[in-house]
Design a protein around this ligand. Sequence first.
Ligand SMILES: N[C@@H](Cc1ccccc1)C(=O)N[C@@H](Cc1ccccc1)C(=O)O
Length: 732
Amino acid sequence: CTDKEDPKKGKEKRGTSKEVCGYPLSIFFIVVNEFCERFSYYGMRAVLVLYFKYFLRWDDDLATSIYHTFVALCYLTPILGAIVADSWLGKFKTIIYLSIVYAIGQVAMAVSAIHDITDTDRDGTPDNMTFHVVLSMVGLFLIALGTGGIKPCVAAFGGDQFSDHQDRQRRTFFSVFYLCINGGSLLSTIITPILRAQDCGIHSQQKCYSLAFGVPAALMLVALVVFIVGSGMYYKAEPQGNIMLDVCKCIGFAIKNRYRHRSNQYPKRQHWMDWAEEKYDKLLIAQIKMVLKVLFLYIPLPMFWTLFDQKGSRWTLQATTMNGYFGSLVIQPDQMQTVNPILILTLVPIMDSVIYPLINKCGLNFTPLKRMTVGMLLAAIAFVCAALVQIEIDKTLPTFPSTSQSQLKLLNMGSETVTIKMPGNDPLNLTAAQASNEYFTFEAGQINISVGHPEVRNTISLAKGQRQTLLIPLTITDEWLMTDDITSKPQEGNNAIRFVNGMKTAVNVSIPAANFGLIEPFSYSNYSLIKNGKVTFTLWSGSQSCEYSTDFGFGSSYTFFIPSTLVFGPNCQESITAAEDIKPNSVHMALQIPQYFFITAGEVMFSVTGLEFSYSQAPSNMKAVLQAGWLFTVAIGNFIVLIVAELAKLPKQWAEYVLFASLLVAVCFIFSIMAYFYTYIDPAEIEAQFKKNVNEDDEDNKHKLQKTEVEMNKRDSIKCHDEDDKDKQTKM
Ligand SMILES: N[C@@H](Cc1ccccc1)C(=O)N[C@@H](Cc1ccccc1)C(=O)O
């Protein structure tokens, strides 16, 4: 294949682009633009929930709600983009202008995540959170407008670059286009979580959300520049007038006319859209009928997206409570989403070249609507898997006290074994420097505790809803000390660590990333958050030092005790004891792989097939209308997440997953019934028939049109419509 100028001129030739291997060179710029744009969109989206939660400090429910509102908005705006492109600016200008809006939105997000801007007291937390919230919301709105607006234009603009005889090349272009979407999103969902996990800042080092949003912003600028560079080569179709407006007017007229002629004296018409015949072209009416049939079938589809788009919210939050060690590799919770594009890149070719042909060979007619039904069931299975994983996680989570309860742990700071008696519990023996394994739960506000022999009795006041540790001093008649302990699992995979000093001298404890400060005798430090991995603490007392090394996982909490008997020097490590207050995350992130597998297999069967179905069943001038309709189902799906999550408010996360799975199974059942009664059509054939008939005499014309319409409404054929068998009408 050589790089050559297209010899064809005139009508057939699209644009002034050179051709490479039979493909217009202009599509190279469109494909690269899509790669960068999807990198930008999915990269930003991958860290969005965590940004809400850890930077803006929103709770899980608010973070999930705003995330889904944003995603929903991204799929509502395609309608706007399609209208602007079709009726006013044309696709090229729409893509340019909305890409600029999009890039501004991404830059606003990056700026909103710079904590130093409002961190006047330099403590690492923004002092004017309103500024960050408002700027990020403005940014998200612009991004939604940009990404959604250009979505129906870019693919169609790519398709426009091919001449009528280049069907095969156009099909290959769409496959490459889908692979580019997933290539771009794969890279970005790996890279942006890594960027987010870095520390950055001017006055204080914090998680680098600004970089995680900044790189997608840069990629969006690259996408824009690449698209503009190709400008001279594109075929730019003029706007054809607003087809959406024509459709709405025609439907409006049919309803109005039907209402005007509601009396029995007027003969009934076959279809309510036929009441538009007085004013509108029969071809347009027939095309609207085709579109309405498909749109009716779309009604149950949003439920699939309701489950599908929770990968980026609930499933990412689930991963934050899991163990991300894959050998020496540590996977961030938000990086688990990369499993989706990886599986897409492998499953699409496998499905197309192995699974579907195999099913056909078995004599099964696996029609598009059947595939979509199976896709829905696979998504429901994915949520059952997510529920099972959640049950496993819940088993490992600590039980924190309710608001009426108090929990108490005991630490013997002495060098002798002591026996402790508490109401409602068996006597407990704690050896020197030992802590109780568990927290004891009490309903009462005060309890009597006796320690040692002869017994020393004390009445202890417990804080409701709190966890505390009772530090039993070296000499039990001395004052007893109570610490306030952590009452939630450390977030973002961090570990909450503190030290109790049982020595008679003050001790300074430090690691490169944190300083616990000087800990006074018989006292304790505040908690410090420490990342996973091996950590070496250095303990100083005067000029003497001791190094203590240990490994941390994800989400644990420990109290390290420095006993009075500690001898500084090389073997000091053995004397220090660790009390595990909160266990590290033990359920492995790999357990999420089955749920990702099922949801992605569901996506391939549902989404890829659905896109193709929407295109093949749409009349020639309304392909964009149905694409926008298809994307609209994604928007509704995201709104359903908000409604169900708000209404259900289930106490257990696994129950919410089961609820969503059950809802999808119910909706899938309804969809399969609707699909059973759907008849596949070939819009091109029907349109050709109408156009042919227009040239014949009135009487004959009328008769044939009626015949065609009757045929459209007949649901009697059973063979599947496919690439090689286009002129058959088919049932599900
Ligand atoms: N598989 C997704 C891409 C993805 C990557 C990383 C995490 C989640 C998803 C994909 O191919 N998306 C396509 C098609 C699509 C899917 C869902 C809703 C609308 C469109 C895309 O164009 O983004």
